[in-house]
Design a binder for this molecule. Structure first.
Ligand code: GGG
Length: 354
């Protein structure tokens, strides 16, 4: 029997509730397909920070590297600044393992009510592809006169032709693979950002020329935000920088009914390093510990992990089980208007898995 080693970082807040549930689903799906998943749990995150002054130990990357994939819950704690939690765990993993494609699908499942009055099940079906290693999140900059009244902060975005080209190519290849609308929308703000985003536009045109079978569209990020609300059904694959992809994928998450349904993958498409799978949502301290967080975003992220590990049928089984639970509409957490617990929703998914 084939064995995959999965590094598991439950992290903080609701991360510690959704991860055990997604492991239950993964175990059942793997058993059904005669695959063995060996989970290696790492107790990194806010508690580790309170104890040791850092979100993860110095040798963390070396411990993760031999694993086949990483499953992450959430990071963030009300008593630690967000830039400390993010830069102490999530961002270094994405960058060190060159997980340059952050893939965030948004599908409106039949049976789920979108806040957009006209949207019907199946009508929203898009993927935000976010550049994940450079751009606005490159962490280049510093303070001058730090903590003085005349303090200056400089934060520089980094856009390389290689970085833009590879993420745009990934988006085109995904549009071909999905074989739906075969449309790639590029997001910039090149009217105001006349260097980095102009490089992005030029690179997009160069890559697009190699995919004549794929329709293209270029939108400024403000127009894209509006059109995600006005005509979400027109989008297929949407590619944008680290910051723009982050923001737009929160809009795409909420128009499909809940952040609790938004899955994501941080991929190294070249498979040199482990890829990482996580729900789009954070640690949600307001509902943490109450047993009501929606586990489906993490379960769907786990399905993306199975797909990446080439367990295609197991991935489809998990997605179908989630779709069946949502279509039935009986068991759902409060974010979807229900009163079921995190565990009850997982039980329902397990039952559908058969
Ligand atoms: N699910 C992982 C998590 O906690 N995400 C919260 C967050 O702040 N993410 C920022 C990002 O994706 O760049």
């Amino acid at each position: 029997m084939r064995t995959f080693t999965i590094a598991v970082i439950a992290g903080d807040g609701v991360g510690t509730e959704v991860i055990p549930q997604s492991k239950r689903v993964l175990e059942k799906a793997a058993r059904k397909h005669q695959v063995n998943l060996s989970f290696q749990d790492f107790d990194w995150g806010a508690e580790h920070y309170f104890r040791w002054g850092r979100m993860m130990p110095a040798g963390a990357i070396d411990l993760l590297q031999p694993c086949d994939a990483i499953l992450l819950g959430a990071v963030g704690h009300p008593d630690i600044p967000d830039h400390t939690t993010l830069n102490g765990l999530l961002l270094p993993i994405r960058r060190t393992f060159d997980q340059y494609a952050n893939v965030r699908p948004a599908y409106l499942y039949p049976g789920v009510q979108s806040p957009l009055a006209k949207a019907k099940g199946g009508e929203i079906d898009l993927v935000v592809v976010r550049e994940n290693t450079e751009g606005e999140y490159a962490q280049v900059g510093g303070f001058v006169y730090q903590l003085q009244p005349e303090e200056v902060a400089i934060q520089t975005s980094v856009f390389t032709r290689r970085g833009v080209e590879r993420i745009v190519r990934f988006a085109f290849e995904l549009a071909v693979k999905r074989n739906k609308k075969r449309r790639v929308t590029s997001i910039t703000k090149s009217n105001a950002q006349g260097f980095s985003m102009v490089l992005w536009d030029r690179t997009f045109q160069d890559v697009a020329a190699k995919f004549p079978q794929v329709e293209t569209e270029s939108l400024l990020v403000d127009a894209a935000a509006m059109n995600f609300i006005r005509r979400p059904e027109s989008f297929d694959v949407v590619v944008g920088s680290n910051l723009f992809g982050d923001i737009l994928s929160d809009i795409s998450a909420i128009i499909i009914g809940s952040m609790g349904l938004a899955a994501s993958a941080n991929l190294d498409p070249l498979r040199r390093f482990p890829s990482m799978f996580e729900p789009v949502h954070g640690s949600a301290p307001d509902i943490a510990g109450k047993g009501v967080v929606n586990p489906l975003a993490t379960i769907l992220s786990a399905a993306m992990m199975l797909d990446h590990l080439q367990m295609d049928q197991a991935a489809r089984d998990v997605e179908s089980a989630v779709a069946a639970v949502l279509a039935e509409g009986k068991v759902r957490t409060p974010d979807l208007g229900g009163s079921s617990s995190t565990e009850e929703v997982t039980d329902a998914v397990l039952e559908k898995l058969g």
